[in-house]
Write a protein that binds this ligand. Structure first.
Ligand code: ASP
Ligand code: MG
Length: 407
């Protein structure tokens, strides 16, 4: 008998019919004799709807009250799913995050799970029930309700699987797995059968929206076998996210990620002396703006240099304003800003043992006449910032050149 944790996303529980279909699926699993813990999201669109109502009342709603509000979305779906299961003759019971006791820190809106009490869940499983747990939520030490950040139900499921030492954590969603690249850009994108935690982590942080980043971090830390699969087709196999050791054939490049949320800021003609990077980036980080790529160019003759970095597009205007002040303070020549850029990245654990991948990537982009504005690399990825208008061209030509469409 296996213990399986399943998670169904908002689209999969988006209507009465969908909830009933999910209940049927779960019932079939439970009839095979497996023990099932199921975590669900709110119905699709519900979290956004609640957020908009809050904003009609308060411009910047209290984070604590937002958590009380948003967690109701998942409370609706756990009860409805349990009813649908009971209706099919499958014994089920629902629990909110606080009822299970999924304890988190007190960072409302982006809380981190600290521990999960497995007593109630084990007792209910022992009584032969399917256990349905609200995703995305927990409770802090003082009993305040918290949420785990948008997309947080993925993390609930993985954390449950880790705490219960489940045999597998299955994330049911509206796509049938993790693809070599975004199929909306490259129709020849191929579903991967397996991918390593590390690669998935890079892809999630580089813009692939299949899983919440934290859920992948969690899975990697506790070695939870994690499978992404479609709730809309029968007998899906999906994509298994697992340890590198478990992957037989290691591709050099596994996938191409892209991120449209980047914006680039440059300070032109800064005096090249110690402390410059610090003085430019300190006010940026003090404003809680995260910086992604950073490039400082070699000093020109007059002892001046250029300093460029990227931020999330949401932080663009705030960062620009700060940089204008820094520009005056440091006696630099000018600020240049560009929110018309994207980041395209090659990801693959095989890169570690293969030299020359970067050169190959740059050659392909050169052949397509795509100008590279910034570059950053790690052991298993190479990212470039390019003009947004070349996004599709870059993704498609790299996908083809590295033969990602072939098994
Ligand atoms: N309902 C939450 C959201 O929309 C959590 C989730 O779906 O994972 O972000
Ligand atoms: Mg999601």
């Amino acid at each position: 008998m296996a213990l399986i944790v399943q998670k169904y996303g908002g689209t999969s529980v988006g209507s009465v019919e969908r909830i009933q279909a999910v209940a049927k699926k779960i019932k079939a699993f439970s009839e095979k004799g497996d023990q099932l813990v199921v975590s669900v999201s709110a119905m699709s669109g519900e979290t956004n709807r609640l957020t908009e109502i809050a904003q009609e009342i308060q411009d910047v709603p209290s984070l604590r009250e937002m958590d009380v509000l948003l967690t109701t979305g998942e409370q609706v779906t756990i009860s409805l799913l349990s009813m649908a299961l009971q209706q099919l003759g499958c014994d089920a019971i629902s629990y909110t995050g606080s009822q299970v006791r999924i304890t988190t820190d007190s960072a409302h809106g982006k809380a981190r799970i600290k521990s999960i009490d497995d007593h109630r869940i084990h007792a209910s499983l022992g009584a032969g029930k399917v256990v349905v747990v609200a995703g995305f939520q927990g409770v802090d030490e003082e009993g305040h309700i918290t949420t785990l950040g948008r997309g947080g139900s993925d993390t609930t499921a993985v954390a449950l699987a880790a705490a219960l030492k489940a045999d597998e954590c299955q994330i049911y969603t509206d796509v049938d797995g993790v693809y070599t690249t975004d199929p909306r850009i490259e129709p020849n994108a191929r579903k991967m059968n397996t991918v390593s935690y590390e690669e998935m982590l890079e892809m999630a942080s580089l813009g692939s929206k299949v899983l919440q980043i934290r859920s992948v971090e969690f899975a990697s830390k506790y070695k939870v076998p994690l499978r992404v699969l479609s709730s809309l087709i029968d007998n899906p196999t999906g994509t298994l996210i697992t340890s590198e050791e478990n992957i037989m054939e290691k591709a050099i490049i596994s996938g191409i990620a892209h991120n449209k949320d980047e914006a680039k800021l440059s300070l032109i003609g800064v005096p090249d002396k110690p402390g410059i990077a610090f003085k430019i980036l300190k006010p940026i980080s003090e404003a809680n703006i995260e910086v992604d790529m950073i490039v400082q160019s070699v000093s020109a003759r007059e002892g001046l240099t250029n300093f460029a970095f990227t931020v999330h597009r949401n932080d663009f205007s705030k960062a620009e304003e700060i940089l204008q002040k820094v520009c005056k303070g440091l006696d630099a020549k000018a600020v240049q800003s560009d929110d018309n850029v994207v980041k395209v990245s090659l990801v693959g654990i095989g890169m570690r043992s293969h030299a020359g991948i970067a050169t190959q990537m740059f050659e392909i982009l050169h052949e397509e006449n795509v100008n590279i504005q910034m570059i950053s690399t790690s052991e298993i990825k190479i990212s470039v910032v390019i003009d947004a208008k070349y996004l599709e061209l870059a993704v498609r030509s790299l996908h083809a050149a590295f033969e990602l469409d072939k098994e």
